[in-house]
Design a binder for this molecule. Sequence first.
Ligand SMILES: [Cu+2]
Length: 144
Amino acid sequence: MLRRLWLFRAFLFLGITACAAPAAPATPTSRPPTPAPRRTVSPTPVSGPPQVTLKNFAFRPAELEVVVGTTVEWINQEESASHTVTSGTPDYPSGVFDSGRLRPGDSFRFTFQQPGTYEYFCAIHPRMRGRIIVKPAPGAGYGD
Ligand SMILES: [Cu+2]
């Protein structure tokens, strides 16, 4: 795993040098003493907790990627159906989170403190499936 990541980085580096792109400084010591203009790596605008809606017997988005420490909010927007947000799969509920029954208009929040991939489903309609992918915080040393 680690070795593959290293290899990937080596290829990346080779690719960059082969193109002779001036974009990447070779050493980390060449940082300017004054802060550079802020540039966000992720294009996703953040305003309030990311939301997953429960509508037409589906989670939307079905897959959501967040960084560790993010609170995700699920909102039941059905007209009459109740759902749950239950971690794991119908065969193997993981016990990490469970909203209980969410009636129309109800919402549920969970804060993801550990990186990983979290499958979840609706305990009332087990065909409803979703997934939250929690990435390590930037600068945590796992990748950049
Ligand atoms: Cu349901």
